[in-house]
Design a protein around this ligand. Structure first.
Ligand code: NAD
Length: 499
């Protein structure tokens, strides 16, 4: 049985706590590896190593740090298939989707090559008589990240690439469900020239997370995962005086106006609703057609496409649209919610509950489901399902549709499909949601913009990647200078002003 340990002080390290978790092959249901779960002492050791390694790395020139990122991009291209293969085997997503996971992380590393420009700070010449003023961005010291199972390459890179290029040391606590790729990424960063101990991976569960949250040396923590855990981590980290950014769950709505291109809207919903088995925080899980005629046309186009979706193991190549979900518990939770939808009166247009795949009967496969006539009081509307289930809520007007999305507690992403510019503009301006698509179903911003939701989808002020990530992983210091020729005679007891 493969054992996955940690990556500490420049080398893979076996776990020392005696605790492990099973890593499944979601397609077969078999345990394919055991991952070490770090205890507090192991986390503390990693923090000490990081604190010792950081000053030299932080003192390296921004250009030198950026060059490590440049080499990392090359290594990610070189090892793309190797990473994607491990990723799809542990996660279950299709091979092209796994490559996309690596690619979207790679793009953040590319963004970080330009970080010296963003780290330049600000300068005011002659802010007063003989006075110059400048602001600089300095690293925080040791930062940490806690990441979810659904993007085991991209989300770690969202965090560690900007943290490192800003001169910090970083400790990553990835998901214990698919820990293989994060350890590989840490080794690649060192191959790219990152000094030993500057990036470490500590696998684990709540014990490791709490140790990071409580350690006084850890200055900042990024978290991505479900909302209850995001709230817990945000609260505990803030109480400990750390800088925190915590991203949670989602329930993303897509409004379909009567004037939308219905074929385009249906195709968009198929990709955004069922891709990666719906295990994306930017998946569309609620379709909101405006008017019954629009709803009937949409369901008429969607139903045969949902029925035709091909579900299978990642090894089946192009023949598969999406794979299994991550665990047996996830599968059971999804099916329970589907049953609740039926019991609470929603119309199950496509019923995937009996789906089974010959030869993979023990895999965590869930059939595709399509609901119509879902109402806001139902559990399938209120809760994040995180599976291949699309709910349709019929709205009678644009105002009703936008209110629905605005009243939901989550606020990660939302989209509108329409040909009308006024409606689209109004939607983009008014909606209280962080990432908005106009005729784009999954509006995930590119690496040089920032990613983040609103409401219960995000806690903290600064977003992931883009310019916000440079702000999150640095502290601003402002220096005011005056040289002897500008000094006035005598003491001045009033507050300095520039009148
Ligand atoms: P999760 O919350 O179960 O786990 C996320 C991380 O928290 C993991 O590293 C896990 O080990 C750790 N963790 C779990 N329970 C903990 C506890 N009690 N105490 C401390 N740490 C704990 O999430 P998941 O199932 O891995 O990922 C799916 C969730 O992530 C979904 O809700 C999805 O919407 C969300 N997500 C959000 C975004 C975003 O940007 N908003 C992106 C991707 C995923």
């Amino acid at each position: 049985m493969e054992q996955i340990g940690h990556y500490i002080d420049g080398a893979e390290a076996a776990g020392g706590s005696g605790r492990t978790a099973d890593v499944f092959n979601p397609a077969t249901g078999e345990v394919q590896a055991r991952v070490a779960l770090a205890g507090t002492e192991e986390v503390n050791r990693a923090v000490e190593i990081a604190a010792a390694a950081q000053p030299e790395w932080g003192a390296a020139t921004p250009q030198a740090r950026a060059r490590v990122m440049m080499r990392m991009v090359d290594l990610l291209h070189r090892d793309m298939d190797r990473l994607a293969e491990v990723l799809s085997r542990e996660h279950g997503k299709t091979f092209p989707d796994a490559r996309g996971d690596v690619q979207r992380g790679l793009e953040v590393v590319e963004f970080c090559i330009g970080a010296p420009h963003l780290l330049k700070g600000e300068y005011t010449d002659s802010a007063g008589p003989g006075i110059d003023m400048y602001s600089m961005r300095q690293p925080l010291g040791v930062a940490a990240g806690i990441t979810p199972f659904n993007f085991p390459a991209m989300i770690p890179m969202w965090m560690f690439a900007p943290a490192l290029v800003c001169g910090n040391a970083f400790i990553l606590k990835p998901s214990e469900r698919d820990p293989g790729v994060p350890v590989m990424l840490a080794a690649l960063m060192e191959e790219a020239g990152l000094p030993r101990g500057v990036l470490q991976v500590v696998n684990g569960d709540r014990e490791a997370v709490d140790a990071l949250l409580d350690h006084p040396t850890v200055q900042a923590i990024g978290f991505v995962g479900s909302t209850p855990i995001a709230e817990y981590i945000y609260g505990r980290g803030c109480s400990a005086g750390k800088r925190m950014q915590c991203f949670g769950g989602a329930k993303n709505h897509m409004i379909i106006m009567p004037d939308a291109d219905m074929d385009q809207a249906a195709d968009a919903l198929i990709g955004a609703g069922y891709g990666a088995a719906g295990e994306r925080c930017m998946a569309i899980s609620v379709a909101v057609p405006v008017g019954d005629e629009t709803a009937d046309r949409l369901i008429g186009k969607l139903a045969p496409k949902v029925e035709a979706l091909k579900i299978g193991p990642c090894t089946a190549g192009d023949d598969v649209d999406f794979g299994p979900v991550i665990t047996a518990a996830a599968k059971q939770g999804i099916l329970e919610l589907v049953n609740s939808g039926v019991e609470q009166g929603a119309k199950l247009v496509v019923d995937g509950r009996d789906f089974s795949l010959q030869g993979y009967e023990h895999g965590f496969f869930v059939g595709a489901h399509l609901f119509d006539r879902v109402t806001p009081d139902m559990d399938i509307y209120q809760k994040e399902i995180f599976g291949p289930v699309l709910s349709t809520v019929r709205a009678q007007s644009y105002e009703q549709a936008i209110s629905l999305a605005m009243d939901h507690e989550y606020g990660n992403g939302a989209a509108i499909f329409t040909r009308d510019g006024d409606t689209a503009r109004d939607f983009a301006n008014r909606i209280n949601i962080g990432m908005v698509g106009v005729n784009v179903p999954i509006p995930v911003p590119l690496a040089y913009h920032s990613f983040g939701g609103w409401k219960k989808s995000a806690f903290g002020d600064l977003n992931q990647h883009g310019p916000d990530s440079i702000r999150f992983y640095t502290r601003t210091k402002t220096v005011t200078t005056r040289w002897p020729s500008g000094i006035r005679e005598g003491a001045d007891f009033s507050i300095p002003t520039m009148d």
